[in-house]
Ligand binder design. Sequence first.
Ligand code: PA5
Length: 427
Amino acid sequence: MIRVNLSRVDNSSKNLMKSMKNKVVEIDKMINEKTGEGSDFLGWLDYAKNLKSSEIKRINKTAERIQKNCDVLVVIGIGGSYLGSKAVIDAINGIVNQSPCKVVYMGQTLSPTYTFQMLEYLKDKKIAINVISKSGTTLEPSIAFRLVSELAKKCWGPKKYAKYVVATTDAKKGALHQMAFAEGFEEYVIPDDVGGRYSVFTPVGLIPMAVAGVDISSFIAGVVEGSNEYSSPVLDENEAYKYAVLRYVEKVKNKISVEFLITYEPHFVALAEWWKQLFGESEGKNKKGLLPASLCFTTDLHSMGQFCQEGTPCFFETTIAVGKYQNDVTIPKTLVNLDKLNYLAGKSLSQVEDVAISSTLDAHFVDGKHDNALIEISEMNPFTLGKLMFFFCKACAMSAYLLEINPFNQPGVEIYKARMKDLLKKL
Ligand code: PA5
């Protein structure tokens, strides 16, 4: 179950939302009929529904082979090519994870220190590589792939290493596709009509997830349920559209410029990073779009909490609240009770966290006067997470079209790339 609870959103915002219902019907039609700007990148809408069970089987087989033979899978990719799988793996497995085959990330940074330290960590491990790039030419992953390939060659031998490289890329074009063909890497396809930040439902997300032990059939079943549930053009019946319209009202009518996505779990921080890319890269164009920012409470209540309570009123909040915790801990009793916390002895940390959530929501809405939308999820598992990620993708398409923005291109990203290319040639 995923519900957008607007009980801590001001009535004036809710009334403004209602006035948008005809516009929502119009945009929904545009999405379904693929007549909006960028609509040749709407392949993610039905991707999960059309995904063949044979493809899921093939991915699971690849994952089993890697799990059986390797200590580490190095996922090489940047932006949409890594954030989705990291979001899912962290959210499902937790950050302090003991899985036998680890999944680590490279090529998402040019940091010499991070890269050096990862190479040191990997040098005596049995490694597999999943190199992911739709264009096949992105600088950061291409450099990382050069470096990690050297290690893989040392580990498995120059001929055998190709058996431990999986390339996820375009079906026909790009340097990575050519390399995969020449070297004999196993290859998976990123469809032409799915852009990077909408690609978590494809092998881009599914292969690393499967290696990390995430049940990808269940994840895909959640995506399919989301694609059915968020297909209604009626605002009152579509939770994804409700969230999209609230964002529009906050930005355009209430003149708010920032949305804080708030989670209460350190292992959901990567999910918030994925969400930031999704909305930031989709909407941040033509001097428009909410600035998507994220906070992890209660940690950040002891830093940014002050700003949220009494700082510049430039933001609204969206809080993700999960009904059932994945794990729990009981607070012990101590004999001396020096910290005076024995009144909590025998209570669970989840009970304390629940109180922290409702107190913060009230402090920020009632006292701080900030709208706070609550996204309630029954529990966090691969199924609900697949559904939640589809919820955000669908909401993002609606939200960008409400702002009259193409949700599927990223012209601004290309500008730094062009400048960098010119300067790198002079090095
Ligand atoms: O969402 C996007 O399109 C981008 O974030 C890309 O995923 C990112 O730039 C990586 O591109 P590529 O997969 O072509 O290496």
